[in-house]
Design a protein around this ligand. Structure first.
Ligand SMILES: Nc1ncnc2c1ncn2[C@@H]1O[C@H](COP(=O)(O)OP(=O)(O)OP(=O)(O)O)[C@@H](O)[C@H]1O
Ligand SMILES: [Mg+2]
Length: 232
């Protein structure tokens, strides 16, 4: 397993948001984390990144316990992050945003040329100040940034939210390409349809607990189960 989350309890102040959440992701696997608003999906990602540290439980990445590691070290170990709010530095150009994201890890770093092959438009946006980008353009930058950081695992938080179908297709193509190279993805999605189309396995969270986990095909093929778990 490239990622092993074992029984984490995560709090915001005194409020417990995660209750014994466990999940695993294998190299090259696409795992979807689904569940309603407030279920704890983003908190799970924040826990892995050490942004909101679990009080109990353990997180291992690439064979190493990262439960106590500082966030910059976790990133350097090879975990990429595509945040739900993109977090592009607005006062820098696109080129600069990408340049500061480049890292060496034990995993392969994507070249700028490969990134432009996927996101053709990006090449023409390089000199633009990031504050002038559209939502879709910002998402391209956010994903490109994660690839240039040489990830072994990418955490995608609502990667298709608010995007035009053409950009959503590019996001899905990127995840497929990562998979082909043995890079794992953990995808948080509200749009279960999109996630189920590409995921190998699924975890469903509800009120901070794992409500269900299993192969994506089981949810794809069983509308009644899908309805019970996701209301969709
Ligand atoms: N910064 C915070 N401070 C306090 N409570 C928070 C904070 N962020 C999230 N929470 C609470 O933690 C719980 C889990 O929230 P989280 O954002 O992880 O859910 P989510 O599954 O990502 O939901 P969404 O689909 O709306 O993004 C919720 O009850 C939420 O109100
Ligand atoms: Mg969220």
């Amino acid at each position: 397993m490239i990622l092993e989350v074992a029984g984490i309890d995560t709090y915001y102040g005194e409020t417990q948001a995660l209750f014994g959440v466990s999940l695993t992701v294998a190299p090259g696997e696409v795992v979807a984390l689904l569940g309603p608003n407030g279920a704890g999906k983003t908190t799970t990602i924040r826990s892995v990144l050490g942004l909101t540290r679990p009080r109990r439980g353990q997180i291992r990445f690439d064979g190493r316990d990262i439960s106590e590691a500082p966030t910059h070290e976790i990133a350097r170990a090879g975990i990429g992050w595509v945040p739900d709010d993109r977090r592009i530095c607005p006062t820098l150009t696109v080129a600069r945003n990408l340049a500061i994201a480049m890292k060496r890890t034990r995993f392969r770093s994507w070249t700028m040329k490969e990134v432009f092959e996927i996101f053709t438009a990006l090449e023409y946006l390089m000199a633009r100040d990031a504050e002038n980008l559209s939502g879709g353009e910002m998402q391209m930058v956010a994903i490109a940034r994660s690839l240039l950081g040489a990830p072994g695992l990418v955490l995608f938080d609502e990667p298709s939210q608010g995007l035009a179908p053409m950009i959503v297709d590019k996001v899905l193509a990127t995840i497929a390409r990562l998979k082909a190279e043995g890079v794992a993805s953990l995808i948080v999605e509200q749009n279960a349809e999109t996630a189920l189309g590409i995921a190998d396995r699924v975890y469903v969270l509800d009120l901070g607990r794992t409500a269900w986990s299993g192969p994506a095909a089981a949810l794809r093929d069983d509308p009644a189960l899908r309805w019970r778990l996701l209301g969709a």
